[in-house]
Write a protein that binds this ligand. Sequence first.
Ligand code: ATP
Ligand code: MG
Length: 551
Amino acid sequence: MTEEKSLNFLEEIIEEDLRSGKYKTIVTRFPPEPNGYLHMGHATSICLNFGLTAKYGGYSNLRFDDTNPVTEETEYVDNIKADIKWLGFEWKNELYASDYFDTLYEYAIKLINKGLAYVDDSTSEEIALLKGTPTEPGKDSPYRNRSVQENLGLFERMKNGEFADGTHTLRAKIDMAHTNMLMRDPLLYRIKHAHHHRTGDKWCIYPMYDFAHGQSDSIEQITHSICTLEFVPHRELYDWLIEKLEIYPSHQYEFARRNLSYTVMSKRKLLQLVNEGYVNGWDDPRMPTISGMRRRGFTPASIRNFCDRIGIAKRENVTDFSVLEFFLREDLNHAAQRVMAVLDPVKLIITNYEDGKTEEFQSENGPDEASGTRTVPFSKELWIEREDFMEEAAKKWFRLAPGAMVRLKSAYIVRCDSYDKDADGNITAIHCTYLPESRSGNDTSGLKVKGTIHWVSVQHALSAEVRLYDRLFKVENPSSEEGDFKDYINPDSLQIVNAFVEPSLKNAGKDDRYQFLRKGYFCLDEDSTAGQLVFNRTVTLKDAWAKEAQK
Ligand code: ATP
Ligand code: MG
């Protein structure tokens, strides 16, 4: 594609910074909190941060923002790393905000010495009461004017574990009447007697987000610290702390979070879906997590293309999930091997075909000739899709019906002569005659049939469990609906069928992508075993929901 893309606002800023000589090297970071698995919002941030330094020369760090000991786990750290690698990015340094706890402690002492921080003995309720409102100024805490010596002593005792959780905090001394509520003496440290996944029991005081994030950026000399819009009001504090601490001036830039329709994208909500059993784990193929999407069969390229080509915005917005599926289909159309699989099988018997005979046909592996062909065995009894037969042909029905002819993909033309039904009215078999002179590639029949259907030979077919997925939620934006977002879960988001697939799929590998002809794109699920193949449908061939909307 040679389409010229205009620069996004961050690229414009960076080009100007490079042109003016403000920076020679661009340094960004991706700063996940290890309290859950990464989702598509994080993928957007990863593609942005790593993409910018790849484009402009420089590097990106992976920094675990592990300042909250209670919610963080090593399992999450490992999965986050695996997800970023899978997306195709490499970080320069793997860092942890907790590695800076000593430095942050010194920074706090520096602020106390400058008269810019104090220990407050108020409870969180008392602090909230004096905070004021956006239209009314707050009131000074009774502890605000403690001496530097007293503050140093108390802060050390906080660190030494002499106080219980919630009894003391360290606050910046800024302005209780500030128009920005976050500047009204924000908390810098709180007491939390909790075990940390890396620092163990060394600390019982932990820095708040605002006293860790910008400082970590500065320690790492991040030039462009990119975050989402909810941090706009934090920028003033970010800059204030860097200025007062006299440390490397990183700058914060904000863009709109990525939201996708028909799903939720918050680790807290995704964790509820996992814990309450609505899905089968973080990597359930219906989840908008990177691990879920990987298992579902998304390719890294499709996610990167989506992020790059949709770009970023400065205003909140919701991207339609089908846009992501567009990029997925675009990539899979090239990547996927074509095969035949029948998801809702009914038997087709070719009455004039020799019993016990097998022929081998060559069928194309892909849309272009370079993909080559593979061998597909053919015999007297075939499985075809139940929906490819109609007892009474409708208008413009080009598939099977009594008296009608279709081509069996890569094989012969057959004509339907009769069919069997059981007592409940279900079709149990379809009887056809084949035309030997209509052999694919050497067709001398002179017949033109409009329909071509896929099939698998009964005798050669492998049975497989196929998992068909639909949207996880029934509404576009579950988080903005009344009540609990879980009330809007789509009860039919998973359908399991027993299918028959062509024998070449015996060797399906975990990274292989398939197009089951006419049925969509599929991949092997990790539950698959030699005895029981399991496939996931990654996406249908066409957007079924778009058709639905047009009705
Ligand atoms: P969540 O609400 O899901 O927990 P978070 O922002 O708290 O998300 P972090 O682990 O703190 O998650 O985020 C790591 C980085 O990913 C941050 O820079 C954050 O801004 C970015 N990020 C998170 N969610 C999105 C999103 N939906 N769109 C774009 N970037 C996001
Ligand atoms: Mg967070």
